[in-house]
Design a protein around this ligand. Structure first.
Ligand code: M6P
Ligand code: ZN
Length: 190
């Protein structure tokens, strides 16, 4: 029920120019190279890097409990520019635990590739650039790769009962990697 009363600032706010969120309801997680150890293919290059290097940061708000039917979560993600050897910095990537739950990604700044993979491991990519809007169909694993020289920033909206399933990605990765080839990014299928 909506009750009238004094104006109260929202518990979460977003700066639409930078994507950054703030407010008492905002949670935050930072992923470093240490957290992502086996996701990059070049283990030798990884060993030579500082494991405290930040790869990406996520801010999000969960206005209802995880698992609630019909609710929505919002998150902002910033992926730093960089590479491990020839492989561009990226998110872990995940399927939704409930495979019929979709998600929106919208790019705020920077450029990159959205990598999408179905259960048969067929993989394709969509270009991400400021203003690009991506509807991710349920059943597709999704990962974002920063192929630019600046941070890649995107907003995301997903159902509160979607859940994250990282297990198969951790074990087998995606069906393609985004690697530096001939001075620019190339999608290399496994
Ligand atoms: C987006 C959403 C989040 C996700 C985050 C980072 O903000 O999809 O649910 O956690 O990106 O992606 P990942 O968890 O795959 O590293
Ligand atoms: Zn998702």
């Amino acid at each position: 029920m909506i009750s009238s009363g004094d104006y109260a600032p929202p518990e979460a706010q977003i700066d639409w120019l930078t994507g950054m969120m703030r407010g008492s309801a905002v949670q935050e997680a930072t992923k470093t190279l240490r957290d992502m150890a086996r996701l990059f293919h070049d283990a030798d290059s990884l060993r030579r890097m500082d494991e405290n290097t930040v790869v990406y940061r996520v801010q999000w708000t969960e206005p209802v409990a995880q698992g609630t039917t019909g609710g929505l979560f919002w998150g902002s993600t910033i992926i730093e520019p960089g590479r491990v050897g020839d492989e561009y910095f990226m998110t872990h990537g995940h399927f939704h635990s409930r495979r019929d739950r979709g998600e929106y990604y919208g790019t705020i700044g920077g450029k990159g590739l959205l990598v999408l993979m179905d259960e048969s491991r067929a993989t394709r990519t969509d270009a991400m650039f400021p203003g690009s809007l991506h509807y991710i169909t349920g059943g597709l694993a999704h990962r974002v790769v920063n192929t630019g020289d600046e941070p890649l920033l995107f907003g995301a909206c997903w159902p509160s009962d979607a859940g994250h399933d990282y297990s198969s990605i951790k074990a087998k990765g995606f069906g393609a990697r985004v690697l530096l080839r001939g001075g620019g990014p190339a999608v290399i299928h496994a």
